[in-house]
Design a protein around this ligand. Structure first.
Ligand SMILES: C[S@@+](CC[C@H](N)C(=O)[O-])C[C@H]1O[C@@H](n2cnc3c(N)ncnc32)[C@H](O)[C@@H]1O
Length: 359
């Protein structure tokens, strides 16, 4: 299939000897079949891929035979998806991540589990591993008429990485919830940890072990007062029970060898593999399947840094590109349907940097 625009894609679609994509050709949406475009992008050149491919036989995006999702069988759909996924993996840097959002579908009244079939196949050749499967909990799911099924209100976002060296900025993910948590949290009490000092004194630990235990306890109390951690628990030999069935080499060993262990509670309780957001209902957006800008922005904050390159091969109405632009990342979108590219470009024009205040 031919690429339909005059965008100077030759600048970005470099050969595999070149490690970088050319930046002046970024911040564009290319009209075309993503498999064709992906094949021309240099290996290890993209920091983050975030995308939502069409779900199996769910919607007609008007793309005829080239449109993913229109396949006659599940097998063909998965094969097409996996070919595109493996190109996404190839173009991603070793420090990068690939995020695929997929929805499940009822076929003859039974859930197909297609997202999970995809994820299992995606990790089969061991070129990537799954860091997390984040569940999007929809606050306003589509009501169903079927009285013998519950409403489907969740969808997975699979986060894959190519190496253990993937970029992961936990601090910037859902930061607004942290800030909220901190402002609603009362100051730690002056008595924090005092009981442990008494327990150490009354324990059968050796003198040197007691000294180390007191020092470690002081440090961890300070960390709570400084807001570095949320709280902690201490276990002291002869006083607290060892963990039931604990493995050798874990906490039980620390207790046996050092006389104590300290379990730090990091205070990222809100950073679970669950994210809540309504389905986007922007009345001006004519695309039928827009994913939430909020989730995509949070994932971009988690998995990339400013000026990194974010790619969406199934760009639709450009949510990923808008999120990337809001957060000062470079973007590259690919979309087969020119009408959706127009919508994306219109949305992108509206992004001014004052919007950063709200992200
Ligand atoms: C689920 S939508 C993505 C919506 C997008 N996340 C958003 O928020 O607007 C999937 C998109 O993939 C496009 N598409 C389907 N097959 C394609 C292909 N082979 N190459 C590029 N885009 C394709 C469809 O036209 C559709 O717009």
């Amino acid at each position: 299939m031919e690429i339909l625009t005059g965008i100077p894609i030759e600048k970005i679609l470099v050969d595999n000897n070149c490690n970088d994509v050319s930046f002046d050709a970024l911040d564009k949406i290319i009209i075309g079949d993503c498999l064709v475009v992906l094949k021309k992008i240099a290996t290890d050149s993209i920091d983050l891929v975030i995308t939502s491919p069409p779900y199996f036989q769910q919607r007609d995006y008007g793309n005829g035979d080239f449109g993913v999702g229109n396949e006659a069988t599940e097998e063909e759909y998965l094969e097409n998806l996996l070919n595109i996924f493996s190109e996404c993996v190839r173009v991603t840097k070793p420090t990068g991540a690939i995020v695929f959002n997929l929805g499940d579908k009822y076929i003859n009244g039974a859930l197909s589990l297609l997202p999970y079939k995809f994820a299992i196949k995606a990790i089969e050749d061991k070129k990537v591993f799954l860091i997390n499967q984040i569940t999007w909990s929809k606050l306003n799911p589509t009501p169903r008429q079927d009285k013998r099924k519950l409403i489907q209100a969740t969808e997975p976002f699979f986060i894959f990485a190519k190496s253990k060296n993937y970029h992961f900025d936990l601090e910037n993910y859902l930061k607004h919830l942290d800030d909220l948590n901190k402002s609603s949290k009362s100051k730690p009490s002056d008595k924090l940890g005092k009981q442990y000092f008494e327990l150490i004194e009354n324990s059968d630990l050796e003198i040197s072990q007691k000294e180390t235990a007191r020092k470690s306890l002081q440090e961890v109390i300070l960390a709570v007062h400084n807001g570095e951690i949320d709280s902690f628990r201490m276990k002291i030999k002869g006083i607290h029970k060892e963990a039931y069935g604990g493995m050798e080499g874990g906490r039980n060993n620390q207790i046996r060898n050092n006389g104590f262990t300290i379990i730090k509670i990091l205070g990222n309780k809100l950073k679970k593999d669950l994210i809540e957001s309504p389905v986007e209902m922007t009345k001006d957006n004519q695309h039928p399947a827009v994913y939430p800008l909020y989730i995509i922005q949070e994932l971009i904050k988690l998995l990339s840094k400013e000026n990194d390159v974010v790619l969406d091969p199934f760009c639709g109405s450009g949510t990923t590109c808008v999120a990337a632009k809001n957060l000062k990342r470079k973007y590259l979108g690919v979309e087969i349907n020119p009408e959706y590219v127009n919508i994306s470009n219109e949305r992108l024009k509206q992004v001014t940097f004052t919007q950063e205040l709200f992200v």
